[in-house]
Design a protein around this ligand. Structure first.
Ligand SMILES: [Zn+2]
Length: 271
């Protein structure tokens, strides 16, 4: 699409941000907010001003939904599936998510979706697939891992761990490390790892995909994960991690148990 976009950022405060995208082709103004914090009032005033501006110009506001009181900008096409995907995830672990975007990739070589702590992106042609909710839950697993579970830096003991995601460092009190350490060293899989220690083939890619695939299995295929946990010690540790550290003891009686527990699928989103 030959759409010119002008993006201007207005910083209201160090914690509150207003992002205005003027789309001259489609004649619409899109509003998105960052976190609502103690400056909520000020934030709302600015929001009102922009809404008035939108109304004046007879332009349509992009749909926005609230995840656990955090205003995340979600494209309208994803609203229903997004609500479905988030319904079982504890609110406090999704607070870092700021927006969800749809991207186009005519080469179809990029992944169907990707996410970090703040932004989740879904490929446009993947939207109609029947596994879209599963894809979103996998990506939300990354949001939980990277944005929901974070440690706190302690300058007194410089508690930076050896685990890293590119330039992103993790502190030793980050709960995600408990999960990573079941099957991973900071550099690779643990030497004693076997394929059956993982919920699927893609989970063996790295500790982050292991987390996201296991997270998805826990929610959507709880019976299967529980059956695997009874057979494999590392999977039992992973199951217990999700049960107590992510879901406050809640278990999901979802899906079915496959006949052969010694076969792993490649991709949990396709189960
Ligand atoms: Zn992933």
């Amino acid at each position: 699409m030959n759409i010119q976009k002008i993006i201007s950022k207005i910083f209201i405060s160090s914690l509150s941000m207003l992002l205005i995208t003027v789309n001259s082709f489609a004649s619409k103004i899109v509003i998105a907010e960052g976190y609502i914090n103690e400056q909520e009032k000020k934030h709302e005033q600015v929001e009102e001003q922009v809404e008035e501006q939108v109304e004046e110009q007879g332009q349509k506001q992009e749909e926005k939904i609230y995840i656990c009181n955090v205003p995340a900008k979600i494209p309208k096409d994803l609203k229903k599936v997004f609500n479905e995907a988030t319904k079982n995830i504890p609110c406090e672990l999704l607070q870092s998510l700021e927006r969800v975007e749809i991207f186009e990739d005519e080469t179809k070589t990029l992944p169907r979706a990707m996410a970090n702590a703040r932004i989740l992106k879904v490929r446009k042609d993947a939207l109609s697939e029947k596994e879209i909710v599963s894809v979103l839950i996998h990506e939300l697993g990354h949001v939980v891992d990277l944005g929901g579970l974070t440690g706190t830096y302690n300058p007194q003991n410089n508690n930076i761990s050896e685990f890293k995601d590119g330039a992103l460092e993790f502190y030793n009190d980050d709960l995600s490390l408990m999960f990573y350490q079941i099957s991973w060293t900071p550099k690779s899989q643990k030497a004693d790892s076997i394929a059956l220690d993982f919920v699927g083939g893609y989970a063996k890619y790295d500790m982050f995909e292991d987390f996201a695939e296991s997270f998805l299995l826990y929610i959507n295929h709880g019976k299967y994960f529980k059956a695997l946990a009874l057979q494999n010690k590392k999977l039992r540790n992973k199951y217990v991690f999700f049960k107590y550290h992510i879901f406050n003891g809640k278990e999901f009686d979802t899906g079915t148990v496959p006949e052969n527990l010694l076969i792993r699928n490649w991709d949990i989103t396709k189960l």
